[in-house]
Design a protein around this ligand. Structure first.
Ligand code: SF4
Length: 440
């Protein structure tokens, strides 16, 4: 086997798995191909969170096979775990490896060297038996080399009725504490900001017998490493404990950024989604976050068009969202995922209605985001400078256009002067007025 190319789809967790996969392949002596078209082995590390994600994967498989027919294609990740036979039937696919067998990929492809290519080799097993933790820091997420993403938790024990993730990623499991400390220590030598992520990050440390919680891990990282800024990605609302919120608000080394998936602000829909909280519980956490951190970013994922969502449910959800101090929202349109309980529910919401509800919430999100950005004008915010010239990301998650270029990967204070289309702009420093001295 000559050169490999790994292409990742989907979320931060999948990107982190892809990074770990690359290290395993490199450890087996395989070299990275700079481009997909020149690779002998193309690994597609897939996502299956929506039907659009599935379409994207299938299109890519077809393209790879067309552009580089000699390449051996291995499909892994969440789609491979969910529907291996569907993928194995596609022309050009040699192996389909589920998340259950992902840690053995390097072994598999090098063993396969001696064997003749065999179409549709499937390696998928019981994901709930998986205890291994596969992860390496992703150091160039979205093409930016300044904010590495470190996955410290995988899997999920919840059963939200619309979600396929527990069936493709298995039970919740945490990266061992020593490994996290060591990885953060290493990354902190090179980067100012490190993003901690997971499928259900707030569940870090909840394995039987463990007494450490996520807040304890953060305290340890602050004490044992030089990391300048940690940012937490999404955390389920009920895991934003008093302890965690208190720590985030008190530490200058943790970004003031609270992302808590809401999904719906309708009590009835939340129940039917099997979410573990009611709107009042959610509001209590978010209001607490705002009281402790007046300028923090507060964001949520929300879903529109869940089966049976009536106009009244949607209006209840919209009003609830309007009442909370969100600074941004990620709005998703419900799409049926085969294998989930919600997919068999009657009363599907017609697609045009789903789309209209999505538009309503996006407009609401845009208005809230603009009001937040306006409120930041005149303040000085701490930002990490990004690879993109004249660009930074503030502690409270705003993209800031800098008026003078600074080296990437630095933490700087930025006085906010105005708004850009989607972010904010640094105040222009007017040089002091020079009064010409009198002549004669
Ligand atoms: S908490 Fe719910 S939505 Fe999130 S991964 Fe687990 S099952 Fe899916």
């Amino acid at each position: 086997m000559g050169k490999y190319f790994v292409q990742n789809f989907g979320c931060r967790a999948t990107q982190a798995d892809g990074a770990a996969l690359e290290s395993q392949l490199a450890a087996k002596g395989l070299a990275a191909a700079g481009e997909r078209s020149t690779a002998d082995l193309v690994v597609l590390n897939t996502c299956t969170v929506t039907s659009a994600a599935d379409d994207d994967v299938r299109q890519t498989i077809r393209r790879v096979h067309r552009e580089n027919p000699e390449a051996r294609i291995l499909v892994t990740g969440c789609y491979a775990q969910r529907a291996p036979h569907e993928l194995a039937a596609m022309p050009g696919v040699e192996w389909v490896v589920g998340n259950s067998h992902k840690t053995g990929i390097a072994e598999l492809v090098t063993l396969g060297d001696s064997a003749a290519p065999y179409h549709g080799n499937i390696h998928v097993g019981d994901i709930f038996a998986q205890h291994d933790f596969l992860s390496a820091p992703v150091e160039d997420a979205a093409g930016d080399r300044t904010r590495p993403n470190l996955k410290i938790q995988d899997g999920c024990n919840n059963r939200c009725s619309f979600c396929i993730i527990p069936f493709v990623r298995g039970r919740s499991r945490s990266a061992p504490v020593d490994r996290v400390v060591e990885q953060v220590r290493g990354l902190a030598r090179r980067y100012r900001e490190i993003v901690l992520s997971g499928i259900n990050l707030g569940r870090w440390g909840r394995e039987p017998g463990s007494t450490m919680r996520l807040a304890d891990l953060l305290r340890l990282l602050l004490a044992e490493t030089e990391v300048e800024r940690l940012r937490l990605s999404s955390i389920e609302p009920m895991d934003w404990s008093e302890d965690l919120l208190g720590l985030v608000s008190a530490s200058v080394r943790i970004a003031k950024h609270v992302h808590a998936p809401l999904q719906s602000g309708s009590d009835r829909i939340l129940r039917r989604m099997h979410r573990k909280y009611r709107p009042r519980h959610y509001a209590e956490r978010v209001e607490k976050a705002r009281a402790l951190m007046p300028d923090a970013a507060i964001g949520a994922d929300v879903m529109v068009g869940f089966p049976g969502e009536t106009d009244a449910d949607f209006e209840e959800s919209r009003r609830f969202i309007e009442s909370l101090p969100f600074t941004y929202l990620h709005v998703f349109t419900y799409s049926e995922r085969p294998g989930t309980p919600a997919a068999t529910e009657p009363l599907a919401v017609p697609m045009p209605v789903r789309k209209e509800r999505n538009r309503v919430l996006r407009d609401l999100a845009a208005a809230k985001n603009r009001a937040f950005r306006e409120r930041m004008v005149g303040k000085t915010l701490s930002a990490v400078t990004l690879q993109e010239p004249f660009t930074g990301l503030t502690d409270n998650y705003l993209k800031v256009e800098l008026t003078r270029d600074r080296e990437p990967n630095r933490i700087v204070d930025v006085a906010i002067g105005s708004l850009t289309d989607r972010g904010v702009k640094e105040q222009t420093v007017t040089p002091p007025l020079r009064i010409p001295s009198a002549i004669g």
